[in-house]
Design a protein around this ligand. Sequence first.
Ligand code: NAD
Ligand code: DAU
Length: 354
Amino acid sequence: MANYSKTIMITGGAGFIGSHVVRLFVNQYPQYHIVNLDALTYAGNLANLDDVKNAPNYSFEKGDITDEARIKALFEQYKFDAVIHLAAESHVDRSIMDPLAFVRTNVMGTANLLHISRSFWKDNLEGKLFYHVSTDEVYGSLGAEGFFTEETPYDPRSPYSASKASSDHFVMAWYHTYDMPVILSNCSNNYGSNHFPEKLIPLMINNILHNKPLPVYGKGENVRDWLFVEDHARAIDTIFHKGKVGGKYNIGGFNEWKNIDIVHLLCNVMDKKLGRAPGESAKLITYVKDRPGHDLRYAIDATKLNKELGWKPSLQFEEGLEKTVDWYLAHQDWVKAVTSGDYQKYYNEQYIQR
Ligand code: NAD
Ligand code: DAU
């Protein structure tokens, strides 16, 4: 085997953000061996990584982060120097349907990874790092004013955000109790290619294309702060290499949008691309029952990351959104593959029967 300077386990690398992180690390750091550990749940898709699957410094291992024996065996085999942990159940609406799945993966899975990492690293922590990728949702919901900073107290409201908040607490507990070298980042809403079409932007793109109703929760007034997924991957790269051990970094797009405005923007972009009359797609907008406990507004203050490590977003939202729409229109095979079978069952439960 080649002599790599580091062997890094990236968990959840077959998912949306994970696949962009794996691609960036495999291409940018040929001196690192990147091992993608993923259970390939409904959200995991190896087709997301077709372009790097034969790279000499890339390996894939199927496995569940809650499976102690499997993770131990992988640590024995690869002798990881670092873990970048993205594997999670990630969709708020699914967490409302099946909260315990989120406790199992996000809480127990993270604690299992921490426990096993420590058992292999504890005699020599030099050069080791456990990087935990988390969300701004741990901070709860903002009113019309203000931003989440790294000091904002945790106040999660959904089973998803509560499970992520819990996992963040476990990561910091391992730092304080065992001196485990950890870093934590909390990011705002991502968008871009390979985004599973249960989330707002890819779901709307798909429904506009197929002339299906566009289900806007409540009044569409909720605000999210959107970041292009490749910018998140770059932020993870920066923090992994330059962040302070024990540190916590907020990552955000400085880019707040009301849901209804995004849906209108997407309708306009797609009217043009599909040769529809202006305003035609917007006729599909349908206001539906609100998400229970729907957080009103998220907005990240990413000043620390910018000032200390020099990171900033690279793309304007309109440009990123157009790139995203183009990707979906050009990758209809990908969309068809992920929207068959189980997706239809989920869609019916979430949008038709309720
Ligand atoms: P995703 O749902 O697209 O992908 C999750 C991946 O984890 C999938 O490949 C899935 O197969 C894998 N996975 C799930 N359970 C697993 C298990 N038990 N063992 C091993 N692998 C498992 O999620 P995403 O949107 O790419 O999010 C990745 C991470 O980033 C998550 O931790 C999420 O909380 C966080 N995050 C996401 C966003 C966002 O906007 N999507 C924003 C901030 C933070
Ligand atoms: O803020 C970071 C979080 O962003 C991540 O931690 C989560 O993993 C990720 O899923 C995302 O959570 P949201 O709940 O904000 O994303 P979602 O795309 O599900 O919804 C965005 C907004 O759009 C939210 O206010 C709910 C609304 N919405 C969503 C869907 C799927 C609708 O109005 N209609 C819909 O059909």
